[in-house]
Design a binder for this molecule. Sequence first.
Ligand code: GLU
Length: 302
Amino acid sequence: MGAGRYAPSPSGDLHLGNLRTAVLAWLFARSTGRRFLIRIDDLDRVRPGAEQRQLADLAAIGLDWDGHVVRQSDRLPRYQAAIDELTAAGRTYECYCTRREIQQAATAPHGPLGHYPGTCRNLTDAQRAAHRGDERPAALRLRVTTGEFDIVDELHGHYRGPVDDVVLRRGDGIPAYNLAVVVDDAEQGIDQVVRGDDLLPSTPRQAYLATLLGLPVPQYAHVPLVLNAAGKRLAKRDGAVTLADQLALGNTPDRVAAALACSLGFPPLSPAELLDGFDPANMPEEPWILDGNGLLQPARCP
Ligand code: GLU
């Protein structure tokens, strides 16, 4: 039996956009007979207490999950093993660039912003030796042999995107998100990844990395985000956008869950009640524009 998952970063409370994505991940998994796992992506940006509040909020809106919650910080040796495997295959190199150098190079007409231009890829041994005394420790990058990779997404269809020399281990020694997510999804038996469509552009990199490591590539479904009234990604400052904010206004978790359902074009029901008849083809393709001021109520329901 396969599994789906929701993998929040414990950097603060989940907002309504995060909760909506979690509901979808749960519906995709449960409606296809999969297990549903929660993984805490806590390799950076950890706020004390956030994990507990996130789990409580997910349960309050009617989601359940299987097995123990897994934390990435407990799995560092697994990521190192994958890095060692890639290094043994000649697939990694040290990178001494600062963030600023990368940003400056990436605005040159090499490719999309953030696309690493390969500055440290072909340094000579002497050049590398000269960096050994750097105060800032080197990051470790993947040496790619392709510029693009194809994936299939349940909602976006065929998607081809850039693959660059992604960071595998940051200068501070912490494994990078793109590596950790690939190692974890495979090891946890996750064969269905449902997440916000802001992560679609990173997906070809991850699928490529999985392939290099001999790991299966999961099915993907990148779902529309929630945006604020200005059309920007929802943020905490956009009003009453967390469950706690809504409860403080007098709302209930059930009504919030029902409002999330309506925003997806479903009837105002709980996740469990939506399961029967859940069909992703009926969801809107556009983002949900949310005015975070005031009580969230089921509206525009079918
Ligand atoms: N932890 C990531 C985030 O909260 C999501 C990772 C993923 O779903 O692959 O943005």
